[in-house]
Design a protein around this ligand. Structure first.
Ligand code: ADP
Length: 480
């Protein structure tokens, strides 16, 4: 069975809701109208009773009412029977002369609904006819209801005709409006159908209001933008990796061809093999860095352990002293006394971050200068900075520094052997720890790279990870 379209479903729902609303509205209308009519009849009967009570005269057993007063009562549509104390009809006013008394009269002072002997429905009221405290008789007043019933019936009939017309119009309007409202959805579907990996540049080209559908279109476009960027990034990556591999592979090939071109001395062959090994090393380094990046970006960190960041920095600085001396720079570490720098981290990965930053500091620092490593703790955050003097990084280059394969000074970087992956890896690792990495640099002054890492507190958003929560509990014991 073909599923009912959203447009039809919306229209059907509208009809159901409208039918319910109209039924409720009609019921409320009719009941209110009836109530008002009853109230009005009651008031008319009470008013006429008190007026007649005041103007009826009894002389020698005869009951008299001024003609003007009877006319007023008649005009109101009220009929009245005046009964003598023995229960006989002594006088009639208005239409009462044409009717017998209503059957089964209620006790005095009560309003009632009943029928006249000929079947005419009436609302009537019985009250004693008094002069001072003397009982002169009984006054029976009645108001025929047939006129009111006709009025109510006419309203009912009117509604009976109007309701189907309103319903038909609203169904047509509903279908039209639902169709118009859902038109952009069809466009979105059409656009989505046209998209594949080669045509990610398609967008929903419609000026839509800021409503739900407009937001859907915007979200869809934004999603396409993100997918497009991700695809672009992957394409760029493939091209960058191929580019980086091409040079050492080309050199390897040349060396091999040369080695095989003619018989050579063993020492010359050894020299060539050493050069080839250098090329293979470079390619291995590239593949390893790419693998590290992919692992951190895809799977995050494992395993996590409690790391004393101060100790970690001391070890790294000690290990890199030789490299600093080779570059004729001084490597210094400053740590505030009696502050703990415990972190829940992947120690090996964190080591990689600081080694990379300090090695860069040494590499880009002029001879005779100091590369300074410091760590401070602000509440729930540890900040480790690595500062070096030197040419610094220009403001235009700073936003790209953490991109894969970006080298601020390409020519110089190539000679120093970097692929431009170190900072991208550092950023991925720091972010996987729930931290951030920033850089401050003034041209000619040097640069400072700062890593901010969250410490272990229950407010740390990074601790949403259940694995970390378990470790954090143990850590609480260590810290406090
Ligand atoms: P690489 O592995 O090639 O060193 P990085 O990702 O570590 O790549 O660094 C990217 C680029 O950032 C480098 O090529 C260099 O131009 C610049 N850079 C990094 N650290 C510093 C620094 N301390 N001072 C100046 N430039 C730097």
């Amino acid at each position: 069975m073909k599923p009912i379209s959203l447009r039809t479903r919306l229209a059907l729902w509208m009809v159901v809701v409208e039918v319910l609303l109209l039924v409720v509205l009609t019921a409320v209308l009719v009941l209110t109208l009836k109530n008002l009519q009853n109230q009005q009849i009651e008031n008319t009967l009470h008013l006429s009773a008190s007026e007649l009570n005041a103007v009826i005269d009894v002389r020698d057993g005869h009951y008299e009412v001024a003609a003007g007063e009877t006319a007023v009562v008649r005009e109101r549509g009220v009929m009245a029977w005046i009964l003598s104390p023995d229960g006989q009809v002594a006088l009639t006013i208005g239409n009462a002369e044409n009717y017998d008394l209503p059957m089964g009269l209620p006790p005095s002072g009560q309003l009632n609904t009943g029928t006249l002997p000929d079947g005419e429905p009436v609302r009537y009221f019985v009250t004693p006819l008094l002069e001072g405290t003397d009982l002169l008789g009984t006054l029976v007043l009645a108001f025929p209801l047939s006129g009111n019933q006709i009025f109510t019936q006419q309203i009912f009939l009117g509604l009976l005709i109007a309701i189907p017309i309103v319903l038909i119009l609203s169904v047509l309007g509903g279908v039209f409006l639902a169709g118009r409202a859902l038109q952009p959805v069809a466009t979105i579907t059409h656009t989505a159908q046209k998209i594949n990996a080669e045509s990610l540049s398609h967008r929903i080209e419609m000026s839509l209001p800021e409503d739900e559908i407009g937001q859907l279109a915007q979200t869809f476009n934004a999603m396409l933008e993100r997918i497009n960027r991700a695809f672009e990034r992957e394409r760029q990556l493939t091209s960058d990796v191929s580019h980086e591999l091409r040079t050492p592979l080309g050199m390897l090939k040349t060396q091999l061809s040369l080695a095989r071109s003619r018989p050579r001395e063993a020492s010359a062959l050894l020299q060539m093999m050493a050069e080839m090994e250098g090329d293979v090393d470079r390619m291995t380094r590239l593949v390893e860095q790419m693998l590290t990046l992919a692992r951190v970006e895809q799977r995050g960190l494992t395993p996590l352990e409690i790391v004393d960041c101060a100790q970690l920095l001391q070890d790294i600085v000690a290990d890199l002293q030789v490299s600093a001396q080779e570059h004729a720079v001084t490597l210094e570490l400053t740590l505030p006394p009696q502050v703990d720098f415990f972190l829940l981290a992947d120690g090996e990965r964190l080591r990689q971050v600081f080694v990379n930053l300090i090695e860069n500091g040494i590499k880009y620092s002029p001879e005779g200068e100091v590369v300074l490593v410091t760590a401070v703790r602000h509440w729930q955050q540890i900040s480790i900075s690595v500062t070096n003097k030197g040419a610094g990084i220009s403001p235009e280059q700073i936003p790209h520094l953490f991109e894969r394969f970006y080298r601020a000074d390409d020519a110089r970087a190539r000679t120093t052997g970097g692929f431009g992956l170190g900072l991208a890896i550092a950023k991925a690792i720091v972010e996987a720890h729930g931290g951030t990495i920033t850089v401050k640099s003034d041209s000619g002054e040097g640069s400072t790279f700062i890593v901010h890492l969250p410490t272990l507190t229950q407010n740390n958003p990074f601790l949403d990870n259940p694995l970390l929560q378990k470790e954090a509990k143990q850590f609480d014991g260590v810290c406090t």
